[in-house]
Design a protein around this ligand. Structure first.
Ligand code: PMP
Length: 424
C-alpha cells in the first residue's frame, strides 16, 4: 500500500518495524561501497591480455612508426580507425590521447579560458562564463567548472535530453553561456540517451555567443546493457549540416572498455577545432603514449572486437543491474516512495526518494556501513535543491554485496520516508 494511504497508527507501527530492521542492519557491521562507477575486477580481467602486449620486440605501428619514440601528436591511426567507427566521427577528425578523457575536457576548458576558441574574440577568462548543466549529471564535470570559476546553471535532464526550451532560450539570449555538458549515451547517472532529433536541436539552435561549445562526453558510447544497442549519433556531421561545424567537442575513452586509468582517451571535433586543440596540446606534450595505442589496437583489433568485448562486460554487470531493479521494486514499489531509472546502458541507476530525504538516507546508510555517493553529488556544488537524488553505482561490488547493499539501502529509504511523514 502507498505510504501516503497509511493511517497514522499504521505509520507508527511501520516506523517501529523499520527501526528494528535498521538496528538489525547496523548490527551486521556491513562494509559495502556503492560510491563510484568503477569496473569490477572480473571486468578488468577480461583485458589481461593487454598486460603482455604489444610483446617483446613489437614496437612498430602499421605505418612503420616506432612507438617507443616521441611524436605523433594525433595518435596512432590504427587505434583512431577503430574508435572513429564506434564514435561515428571521421578518422581524420579524431585524436587519440593518453589515459583519461577527463584530462582532455580539462585541457579544452583551460585552453578556451586562457587562449579562446577558434571563434572567440578574446580568451573566455576575460568575461563572465556560464555553463548549462543538465541534472542529475556527472560530478566531475561540475567540479571542473567550479575549479575555474565558471558559473553553472542547472537544466532538468529527461530520458532523451535536457529541457530543450530552457536550453534554447538561455543559449540564444545570454552571450555568457559558452558551454553545456552533455553525456549523450547512457548518461551518468540517469541513463539518458539523446535522440538524433534532440541532437539536431542542440547543434542547430541559435547562440548569442559565436564560440558556444557543446562538451559532448560520450563516455558510455558502447556500454550497452540490453540488446537495444543505441548507436552514436553523427553529432559532428549534424553540426556541420546545421552551419555550426565548430560547436561540438567530442570526448571518449576506453576507461570502462579495457583498464580504467590505463586506457586510451579520445577527442574529436571539426578540422579547425582539431588543429586548435593539437596546437595547444603540442605545447603541453611532445606526443601521446603510442605504445599504449599500439597494444590497444592489437588487443581490440577492430570496432567489432570492441563490440564483442563490451558484450562480455555486459554479461558481468547486467545481472547486478537486474538485482538492483528487482530489490528496489520488491522493497519500495508498493509504498510508492521512490522512482528509479532502468538504464539501457552505462554504469548507474539514479534513485529519487521523497523530497528532503536523500541526505538522511545516505547518512542512515553510512551508519549501517553502506557507502553511497553523497546526496547532491550529481548537482553543481553538490547541492540538490530537492534533496531527493541518490546515485547507485552497482558495477564494482560482487553480486552478493550489491544485493546486501540495496536491501540495506531500501530499509534506509523507507525509514527516512516514514520519519518524514510521522514528524510532519
Ligand atoms: N565522463 C563520464 C560521464 C564518466 O562517468 C567518467 C567516469 N566516471 C569519465 C568521463 C571519466 O573518463 P576517463 O577515465 O576517460 O577520464
Amino acid at each position: 500500500m502507498s505510504l501516503s494511504d497509511l493511517s497514522s497508527a499504521d505509520l507508527a507501527a511501520l516506523h517501529g518495524e523499520l527501526t528494528t530492521a535498521y538496528d538489525t542492519l547496523v548490527g551486521k557491521g556491513l562494509k559495502l561501497d556503492l560510491t563510484r562507477g568503477k569496473p569490477a575486477p572480473a571486468q578488468l580481467d577480461l583485458s589481461n591480455e593487454l598486460l603482455s602486449l604489444p610483446g617483446e620486440g613489437e614496437f612498430k605501428a602499421a605505418d612503420g612508426t616506432d612507438v617507443r619514440n616521441y611524436g605523433g601528436g594525433q595518435g596512432l591511426p590504427e587505434i583512431r580507425e577503430i574508435f572513429a567507427e564506434l564514435l561515428n566521427v571521421p578518422v581524420a577528425q579524431l585524436v587519440a590521447g593518453d589515459n583519461a578523457s577527463l584530462s582532455i575536457m580539462h585541457d579544452t576548458l583551460v585552453y578556451s579560458l586562457l587562449k579562446g576558441t577558434v571563434d572567440s574574440e578574446r580568451p573566455w577568462v576575460q568575461d563572465e562564463i556560464t555553463f548549462l548543466c543538465p541534472v542529475p549529471g556527472y560530478d566531475r564535470h561540475f567540479a571542473l567548472c567550479e575549479q575555474y570559476g565558471i558559473a553553472m546553471e542547472t537544466v532538468e535532464l529527461g530520458s532523451d535530453g535536457p529541457d530543450l526550451e530552457t536550453v534554447k532560450r538561455r543559449v540564444a539570449e545570454d552571450p555568457s553561456v559558452r558551454g553545456i555538458w552533455i553525456v549523450p549515451t547512457y548518461a551518468n547517472p540517469n541513463g539518458a540517451v539523446y535522440t538524433e532529433e534532440v541532437t539536431r536541436e542542440l547543434v542547430s539552435m541559435p547562440a548569442a555567443a559565436p564560440d558556444f561549445r557543446i562538451f559532448w562526453d560520450n563516455a558510455y558510447a558502447v556500454h550497452h546493457l540490453t540488446d537495444h544497442e543505441n548507436p552514436a549519433v553523427d553529432v559532428l556531421g549534424l553540426a556541420t549540416e546545421a552551419g555550426n561545424p565548430n560547436r561540438v567537442f567530442v570526448f571518449a575513452s576506453t576507461s570502462k572498455i579495457t583498464f580504467a586509468g590505463a586506457g586510451v582517451s579520445f577527442f574529436a571535433s571539426s578540422p579547425a577545432n582539431v588543429t586548435w586543440y593539437l596546437k595547444h596540446l603540442g605545447k603541453r606534450t611532445i606526443g601521446p603514449d603510442k605504445l599504449n595505442h599500439l597494444r590497444h589496437a592489437r588487443y581490440l583489433g577492430s570496432a567489432d572486437g570492441v563490440r564483442a568485448l563490451m558484450r562480455k562486460h555486459r554479461a558481468i554487470i547486467e545481472p547486478k543491474f537486474e538485482q538492483v531493479e528487482t530489490i528496489l521494486e520488491e522493497r519500495l514499489g508498493s509504498y510508492q516512495v521512490a522512482t528509479w531509472t532502468r538504464p539501457e546502458g552505462g554504469y548507474f541507476i539514479s534513485l529519487d526518494v521523497p523530497d528532503g530525504c536523500a541526505t538522511r538516507v545516505v547518512a542512515l546508510a553510512k551508519q549501517a556501513g553502506i557507502a553511497m555517493t553523497g546526496a547532491g553529488a550529481a548537482f553543481p556544488y553538490g547541492r540538490d535543491p530537492r534533496d531527493r537524488n541518490i546515485r547507485i553505482a552497482p558495477t564494482f561490488p560482487s553480486p552478493d554485496d550489491v544485493a546486501a547493499a540495496i536491501e540495506g539501502l531500501c530499509t534506509c529509504v523507507l525509514l527516512a520516508a516514514v520519519e518524514q511523514r510521522t514528524s510532519a
